[in-house]
Structure formats: C-alpha cells, structure tokens
Design a protein around this ligand. Structure first.
Ligand code: MLT
Length: 256
C-alpha cells in the first residue's frame, strides 16, 4: 500500500490486528527485514511495516534526512492511519529515528523496542567514514557498499545475498540523505531517562556495527528498560533469530 506523507509516497505493509506496532528498518534496508517476525506476532498485534524515506518502494527526495524528520514522517503516517499510540520498534537507523520520535512525541508512544542501535552520536571517525561512503556511492554506485556492508551485518553467510540485494536496490539519493542525517544526528543519551514506557533493547551478541556496551547502557538508563542479548547474532537479529526478537517485542504488550 502507498500513502502520501509530506509530499513523499510512503510504501507500507500491514498484518494482523490489535495493538499497533510500527517497525522501522535500518540503513540501507527496507521493510522486508522484518518478514521473519510477522508470522510470530501477527495473531497478537497489528504490525505496520513502512519503507522509510529513501528506502525500498518509498520515494527518495533529495536532501539530508534528519532523524527527527524521519520521526515526523512516522507521526504523520500514524495520523493518517488514525492511530493514537504505537509501540515503536526501530532497527539501527530506525532506532535513531525511534529515539527522536520518543523525544518529540512521547504521548504517541506505548512502548519502545531498540534493535541493534545506540543513543550516542557519531564519533568523528564514523562521521568521516559516512562522508567517504557518500563519495564512493556518488562515484561508483552502490556495488561496493552492498558488498562490504552485507558481509559486516550478519554472522550467517546464507543471509548475505538477500541483504546485498536490498542494499543494491536502495536509491543513491536515499543513501546520501540517510548518511548525512545519521552523521548529523544529536546524542540522545540524556533523553533515555525520560522514556517512561515499557522498553526493550535487543542486541546481537556479535554485532560488528553497534557495540554491546551501548545496548547495556541504554537498557540501564531507561526506567522501564530491559536488555535481550541474542546469542550468536550480528546486526540483524530479526533475520538471524526471529523467535528471540519476536518474544522480546511481545513482552512490550498484553496480547489483544
Ligand atoms: C543501520 O543498520 O541502520 C546502519 O548501519 C546504522 C549506522 O550506520 O549507524
């Protein structure tokens, strides 16, 4: 399905009914990363899976995609769907956007899942790496990014071709806008103590992108935060061990 939000055509899919759970994928991925958790949760909740701006089948406007702007897209989106409060589950970049949503729209949040993400801003090295990736994609296209990133995202080699295909299909304008937005994102660590809803931090034990200590810290700083470490998983626990991820998310609500 498609819906118009701030001049962009936002693609999304929906499954099940009951408590709305809005799933935000990471960079440079799309809603299909959540596919393995759908059959595990759709009999208990309403699962809403958008492609974020610049990703998947959603439009890719030019410019910088601030994390707060992605959060505003999501507020407008749930307004259009007539939803008052959601459980928000954000993966990596989707987690950065989820934290911006939690800060700016706490009254719209019923629960928070932070998957393979962190509240800290980029280090100068990480920021420089993003600018280098922007130049690389502008010069040579998405091939090298797809090769290097897909291998770093997972501990399960059989998942690499699928992840690589999603990255290769991502619009270069979306890659540019997201990398710039992530590089410019503020540190949200101080906000964590203000997140009063049930929260779960889900971390792959062997994530090469986000260190486990950052997840431990986030869970500690949120008043109702809980940490679930997914054994053997990398940056993509929803693909690597969907059962553990679905169970952790189900802990955020009472089945309706
Ligand atoms: C993601 O998976 O969204 C990105 O790897 C996050 C990042 O680059 O910080």
């Amino acid at each position: 399905m498609k819906i118009k939000i701030y001049g962009i055509n936002l693609y999304y899919e929906e499954y099940g009914s009951g408590m709305p759970i809005l799933f935000l994928h990471g960079f440079p991925l799309d809603h299909t990363i959540w596919n393995p958790v759908i059959p595990l949760l759709e009999d208990r909740a309403r699962l809403i899976l958008p492609d974020l701006r610049g990703h998947g089948q959603t439009s890719s406007p030019d410019g910088v995609y601030q994390m707060a702007e992605i959060a505003e897209d999501m507020v407008q989106f749930i307004d259009e769907l007539g939803i008052e409060k959601v459980i928000l589950v954000g993966h990596s970049m989707g987690g950065y956007a989820a934290l911006a949503f939690a800060k700016n729209h706490p009254s719209r949040l019923a629960g928070l899942g932070l998957v393979s993400t962190q509240a800290a801003a980029d280090s100068p090295e990480r920021r420089a790496g993003r600018y280098a990736t922007i130049r690389e994609v502008e010069t040579n296209g998405t091939g090298k990014l797809a090769d290097s990133m897909s291998a770093r995202l997972t501990t399960r080699p059989e998942l690499i071709p699928m992840i690589r295909r999603i990255i290769l299909a991502t619009n270069p304008a979306g890659i540019h806008g997201s990398l710039m937005g992530m590089a410019e994102r503020p540190d949200m660590t101080d906000q964590l103590s203000m997140i009063k809803v049930p929260a779960v931090v889900i971390a792959g034990e062997a994530d090469q992108i986000n260190p486990l200590e950052k997840s431990e810290e986030m869970a500690r700083l949120m008043p109702e935060g809980r940490l679930v470490v997914v054994p053997g998983a990398g940056h993509m626990p929803m693909l690597e061990n969907p059962r553990v991820v679905a169970k952790a998310i189900a802990g955020l609500f009472k089945p309706g």
